[in-house]
Design a protein around this ligand. Structure first.
Ligand SMILES: Cc1cc2nc3c(=O)[nH]c(=O)nc-3n(C[C@H](O)[C@H](O)[C@H](O)COP(=O)(O)O)c2cc1C
Length: 174
């Protein structure tokens, strides 16, 4: 049976420090293989607290931050679903504009453009982020491209509910 591969992209927003316990391990328990890529900000935070190594230990895959060398093979398997969680306001804006200036955004922007597998984005933002004049157009742009953008500012949606959406849009329910 094909392993279900989840590409999980974490950014420098609230809760990323508990990414392993809140999202990676629950996704593994649901039968996903989980390949984590972090923005440079999230990468430095998780490196500092030792969580990057812990994520590699539980997933059995490299926890990526940097791009591979052109001569290196792709370190992650092809994904059946992309989940950007938590998505900073910065990541949502760049994703909407197609700015792929790090490995996490490169993977996410490609997934949005390819439209081959579902892309779920859970922004972890506050009211000020949402009041930025460009915010609503970024969300509309992504939704218009078929991206599942969940919730709004200051959402207390539990990350297990985010995984329910991942399962649902990937045809994993029932
Ligand atoms: C402790 C801390 C918590 C933060 N939490 C958030 C957050 O919840 N949402 C957000 O959009 N930005 C948050 N930021 C700001 C982002 O980390 C900052 O915009 C950063 O440039 C995002 O980089 P990235 O999107 O490449 O990960 C936080 C910053 C710090 C220092």
């Amino acid at each position: 049976m094909h392993t279900r591969d989840l590409a999980l992209i974490g950014s420098g927003a609230g809760g990323v420090e508990s990414l392993r316990r809140s999202l990676v391990e629950p996704a593994l328990a649901r039968g996903w293989r989980v390949a984590v890529t972090l923005t440079p900000t999230a990468g430095s935070w998780l490196e500092h607290c030792g969580e990057r190594d812990e994520i590699e230990r539980v997933t059995g895959l490299p926890c990526r931050v940097a791009a591979r060398l052109p001569t290196e093979p792709r370190p992650h398997p092809p994904a059946d679903c992309y989940l950007v969680c938590p998505a900073s306001a910065n990541v949502v804006a760049k994703l909407a504009l197609g700015i792929a200036d790090n490995q996490a955004l490169t993977a996410a922007c490609e997934a949005v453009g390819e439209q081959a597998v579902p892309v779920v984005v859970f922004p972890r933002i506050n009211a000020a982020h949402a009041r930025h004049p460009a915010w609503s157009s970024h969300v509309e742009t992504l939704r218009g491209a078929g991206v599942h953008v969940l919730a709004g500012p200051d959402s207390d949606l539990p990350w297990n509910a985010v995984l329910d959406v991942v399962d649902e849009v990937s045809g994993r329910t029932g």
